[in-house]
Design a protein around this ligand. Structure first.
Ligand code: HSE
Length: 338
C-alpha cells in the first residue's frame, strides 16, 4: 500500500518531516517496505499545495529554501477539509503549534481526518491534552489510528516503549526530566551562570516556549505529566491538578551545595501509581549522583520507569528539536502503516 500523506503545519517540524521523507525515500522502501506520496501540505505562512498523484517534494523544499514559502508551486484552493478529501490522503501528520486553551487549529484538523477514516499522527500537545477521549473514540468509530509519539520527548520513543516495549509489566512509577529548557538552565547554573543568563541562552537555542514562563514555572512539564497520566493510566489529571513547583527559586548556591553533598538538582516530573490515587507532580528534587537522571545535562530529556517485571528502565534522548520531532511523525506513520 502506498501511504498518501497530508501535512498540516509546515513550520520547522513539518519541513523536517518532508526533508527526511525526501532524503530517505529509497531507504524507507528497502528497510521497511514503506512507500509514500505526499499529497497535501497546508501551512498558514507558506501556503497550500496539493496533488493527489504526489507532490514534487524536491521542488517544494527548494521553494521553501529560496522563498520560505511554496510560491514556486501552484497554490491549491479550498478549505482544509475539502482539500483533505480531494487529496485522497490516507494519513495526516499534524504539526501545527500547541494551543493549550483551545487545541486549535490542530483539533479541527484531527477531527476532519479521523471522521473520514484517515489515520493521524500529531506532535501537538493541545488536542491530546484537551480531547484525548473524544479523539480516540472518533478514531475507533471510523477505523482509523491516532498516534502522538511527539507530544512527550519528541521522537525519543517513550510512548512506543510504554505501549509495546514494556507490554505485560505493571508500571508503578515514572520520574523524568521532561523539559529541556529548565534542565539546560540548571546545568548552566551548576557551572556558575546566573538564572537570567541561563534562561536567555535556552531561549537563543530555541528550547524555550514562546512564553518561557511555561517552562520555568513547570507548566510544560505538567502538561506532559497530565498527558502521560491519561495515555498510560487512563486517568484524568487536569494540568492545574498536577502538584507543580518550577525552578524560579533555585539558586546557583543551592545547586553548588547539592553537588558538594553528592547530589544533583533536577526538575523532576513524576507519576506515582503505587497508591490507589495516582500522584502527578513536577518539582525540583535533589537526586543522588549515582541515579541515571543525575547525569542528564543540557537540553536532553530522560525518564526512569519503575515496573514490576523489569525493575527500572531509563530512556534518554532529545525532548525537542526540528528533526527530532519530525522523526516522531515519521516513526508514527511507519508504525501505523504496518
Ligand atoms: N519548551 C519545551 C522544552 C519544548 O524546553 O522541553 C519541548 O516540548
Amino acid at each position: 500500500m502506498i501511504n498518501k500523506i497530508a501535512l498540516a503545519g509546515c513550520g520547522n517540524v513539518g519541513t523536517a518531516l518532508l526533508e527526511i521523507l525526501h532524503e530517505k525515500k529509497g531507504e524507507l522502501r528497502e528497510k521497511y517496505g514503506f512507500e509514500y506520496k505526499v499529497v497535501l501540505v497546508s501551512d498558514l505562512m507558506k501556503g497550500v499545495i496539493m496533488n493527489p498523484e504526489g507532490l514534487d517534494l524536491g521542488a517544494a523544499l527548494e521553494s521553501v529554501r529560496e522563498t520560505r514559502t511554496f510560491e514556486k508551486l501552484p497554490h491549491a484552493e479550498g478549505t482544509f477539509e475539502e482539500l483533505l478529501e480531494r487529496s485522497g490522503a490516507t494519513v495526516l501528520a499534524e504539526g501545527t503549534p500547541t494551543n493549550l486553551k483551545t487545541g486549535e487549529p490542530g483539533l479541527t484538523h484531527i477531527r476532519a481526518a479521523l471522521s473520514r477514516g484517515i489515520s493521524v499522527t500529531t506532535t501537538n500537545k493541545g488536542p491530546i491534552a484537551l480531547a484525548f477521549d473524544e479523539l480516540t473514540a472518533l478514531a475507533k468509530a471510523n477505523g482509523a489510528q491516532l498516534s502522538y509519539e511527539g507530544v512527550v520527548m519528541s521522537g525519543t520513543p517513550l510512548i512506543d516503549m510504554m505501549k509495546n516495549g514494556v507490554a505485560g509489566c505493571s508500571v508503578l512509577k515514572l520520574e523524568g526530566i521532561l523539559n529541556g529548557t529548565t534542565n539546560f538552565m540548571l546545568t548552566k547554573m551548576g557551572e556558575g551562570m546566573e538564572y537570567g543568563a541561563a534562561l536567555a541562552e535556552a531561549q537563543a537555542l530555541g528550547y524555550a516556549e514562546a512564553d518561557p514562563t511555561g517552562d520555568v514555572e513547570g507548566w510544560d512539564a505538567a502538561v506532559k505529566v497530565s498527558i502521560l497520566a491519561k495515555i498510560l493510566f487512563g486517568t484524568d489529571v487536569p494540568v492545574d491538578k498536577v502538584e507543580r513547583t518550577g525552578i524560579t527559586k533555585v539558586t546557583p548556591a543551592q545547586i553548588e551545595e547539592a553537588k558538594n553533598n553528592g547530589r544533583a538538582v533536577k526538575l523532576i516530573a513524576g507519576l506515582d501509581a503505587s497508591d490507589a490515587q495516582l500522584r502527578a507532580y513536577v518539582e525540583p528534587k535533589e537526586i543522588p549522583a549515582s541515579h541515571p537522571l543525575a547525569s542528564i545535562n543540557g537540553g536532553t530529556n530522560a525518564i526512569t520507569v519503575t515496573t514490576d517485571n523489569l525493575g527500572d528502565v531509563t530512556l534518554i534522548g532529545p525532548g525537542a528539536g526540528r528533526r527530532e520531532t519530525g522523526q516522531a511523525l515519521l516513526g508514527d506513520i511507519i508504525r501505523m502503516s504496518r
